[in-house]
Design a protein around this ligand. Structure first.
Ligand SMILES: Cc1ncc(C[n+]2csc(CCOP(=O)(O)OP(=O)(O)O)c2C)c(N)n1
Ligand SMILES: [Mg+2]
Length: 596
């Protein structure tokens, strides 16, 4: 049999070094599936339970491997299901290529079964590049550009291939009019900054006495340089959520997360600084940055499209983070007065004490913060942690202390529920020899996590290190939103929308042959983590957590906040004042001394 267009597509993916494709079948891609069979499953087809999970697994894979993630789905419903995961890639700037089937060319435009306008469907999410392959000669150019554009723009792209085209004999483009050749591979440049701009940036940074640095995911790979720059400038470093793993938390000047889920030391760092250096971050909440006009500021970003738009910066340096910081270093004169740095360091030490005592506050059955703080104490040096959108994101941001080369991520910008488990699966395929831990709410687990446990059951034996721990925050509530509503308008919990049906997650996991343990006593947490982190297979920890622990920085006593929230739920609107006072007044949240 001669090579089909689908055979060629798979061989092209292999040539690009693609090893995994997260997919789900359907007759729109039957030609591709047949080619996979002939290709001895190279690249490996990884079957999820739902196409959204394919896309989110591809995002997780890309985030933790640094390579392009590839997902595949059939026409119509399959393509539609991919969308949310592809938007996650778009908003977090992750390279993902979606390969999607379409009905035969002969049926197109005929309101045929499963025919939707895929170009229109993907127009926004894959605005970087989306194309239909109409004839085999077109394919190399389209697939190569989809991969290259995804990598170049750190964005999702989409390739749509009608089912009949997949089965056509492959013909390469010829040396003729209206033919477009193509080639594999790219030698990426290191984006180096402009010399004169580097000097101007150094002048700004040298003029400050209280320097704050904000880093994001673009600071990955610039660890040594960041530490050196922060030392010379006597600066503190705050981290946007996606940059949590760019610098370890055991450095005495790293103030941890910033923003709504952030720490008080990060808040104070920004509130009191006179100079700001932003490296590889597009952190959107400018109210957590210094007042406009308060600080002279420099931003470094590899992508000119995302620079200068979060703070009125004086110098916008386009360049790779590590290279640009290296270029800056010889021009930095150094901060002789270390008092700013000393203040940051001493505040920080007491902040971690505060986090510990918050985690140890008793809450029936288990204080969710303690679930995270006990994990933090046992995190393996090579751990990868994912967190879902829900209260887990708060505790991930504030309670987990990353050290060494630990990695972690969540759906930073789309903040979609249901990302933690598929990200974790993607992580296991990206780094099969590292332990992975997913922290997810029961709402997220019910949304799709339970189904993806089946995917884990199917694949875990392939992973060199079988440890994949899924910790479920079992609070029978869509708790993050419950608290948002109470906080926003003093609205009581609307039980119909917020309460979740009770499920025995450990029993479900056990029924699949996974390890499982239910935790209802905080004193069991340490042992549960030890067991999960030394298990010979993936494990679900079904942890019964208290839904009355507010997932925002708290400064009133826990009991005050809880009692007023519960009173509010019972219709006592007088308690709203207390709750608001205790919980949501942002100005008060960060009053000095409140957290200590
Ligand atoms: C797909 C999607 N739907 C809805 C939301 C809004 N939302 C954010 S957090 C949350 C509640 C999450 O509940 P759960 O997973 O149980 O975690 P908890 O906050 O209870 O720990 C909801 C509904 C969202 N972010 N994503
Ligand atoms: Mg919940």
């Amino acid at each position: 049999m001669s090579q089909t267009t689908a055979d060629f597509l798979l061989s092209r993916l292999r040539e690009w070094g693609v090893q995994k494709v997260f997919g789900y079948p359907g007759d729109g891609i039957n030609g591709l599936l047949a080619a996979w069979g002939r290709a001895d499953n190279q690249p490996q087809f990884i079957q999820a339970r739902h196409e959204e999970m394919c896309a989110l697994q591809a995002v997780g894979y890309a985030k933790f491997s640094g390579r392009v993630g590839v997902c595949a789905a059939t026409s119509g419903p399959g393509g539609i299901h991919l969308l949310n995961g592809l938007y996650d890639a778009k908003l977090d700037h992750v390279p993902v290529v979606a390969i999607v089937g379409q009905t035969d060319r002969s049926a197109m435009g005929g309101s045929y079964q499963q025919e939707v306008d895929l170009l229109a469907l993907f127009k926004d999410v894959a605005s970087a590049y989306v194309q239909v392959v109409n004839v085999p000669e077109q394919l190399p150019n389209v697939i190569d550009r989809a991969i290259r554009t995804a990598l170049a723009e750190r964005a999702p792209t989409a390739v749509i291939i009608p089912a009949d085209v997949q089965q056509l004999p492959y013909n390469p483009p010829t040396h003729e009019f209206k033919m477009v050749p193509s080639s594999i591979g790219t030698d990426w440049p290191t984006v180096t900054p402009d010399d004169a701009a580097v000097r101007r940036a150094a002048e700004v940074l040298n003029s400050g006495e209280k320097v704050a640095i904000l880093i994001g995911q673009g600071a990955h790979g610039a660890r040594t340089e960041l530490i050196e720059v922060a030392d010379i400038l006597g600066a503190g470093v705050a981290k946007a959520l996606l940059g949590k793993d760019a610098l370890p938390d055991d450095l005495p000047f790293v103030t941890g997360s910033i923003g709504l889920l952030g720490t008080r030391p990060s808040y104070e760092l920004m509130r009191d600084c006179d100079t700001l250096l932003i490296v590889g971050s597009s952190f959107p909440y400018s109210q957590f940055l210094p007042q406009y006009g308060q600080a002279r500021a420099v931003q470094i970003d590899v992508d000119a499209r995302y620079i200068g738009m979060r703070y009125p910066t004086e110098v916008n340096l386009v360049g790779d983070a590590a290279t640009t910081l290296r270029a800056l270093l010889p021009h930095l004169t150094g901060q002789q007065n270390r008092s700013w740095r000393h203040t940051i360091e001493s505040d920080l030490a007491s902040w971690w004490d505060t986090m510990h005592s918050e985690a140890m506050v008793e809450a029936e059955p288990v204080n969710p913060m303690r679930l995270f703080s006990e994990l933090s104490a046992q995190l393996p040096a090579d751990a990868i942690v994912t967190a879902d959108s829900g209260s887990a994101a708060n505790w991930y941001a504030r309670q987990l202390r990353f050290t060494g080369d630990m990695r972690g991520s969540l759906s930073g910008t789309l903040a979609t529920m249901g990302c933690a488990v598929p990200y974790a699966i993607g992580a296991k395929f990206a780094q099969p020899d590292r332990p992975v831990i997913a922290m997810a709410g029961d709402g997220a687990i019910q949304m799709n996590g339970l189904a993806e446990l089946i995917t884990i059951k199917r694949y875990w034996l392939e992973w060199a290190d079988p440890r994949l721990v899924i910790a479920v925050l079992h609070n029978n509530d869509l708790n993050q939103v419950t608290w948002e509503m109470r906080g926003m308008g003093g609205a009581p919990k609307f039980v119909e929308s917020q309460q979740l049906p009770d499920v025995d997650y450990a029993a479900f996991a056990a029924s699949l042959g996974l390890a499982a343990r239910t935790v209802t006593d905080p004193e069991q947490l340490a042992a549960a983590w030890t067991e999960a982190l030394s298990a010979d297979r993936p494990m679900v920890l079904d942890v019964h957590t208290n839904a009355d622990v507010p997932p925002v920085p708290q400064h009133a006593t826990f009991d005050q906040v809880k009692d007023s929230a519960l009173a509010l739920d019972k219709g006592n609107t007088d308690s709203w004042g207390i709750l608001k006072e205790g919980l949501m007044t942002k100005a008060q949240e960060f009053l000095p001394g409140k957290h200590r």
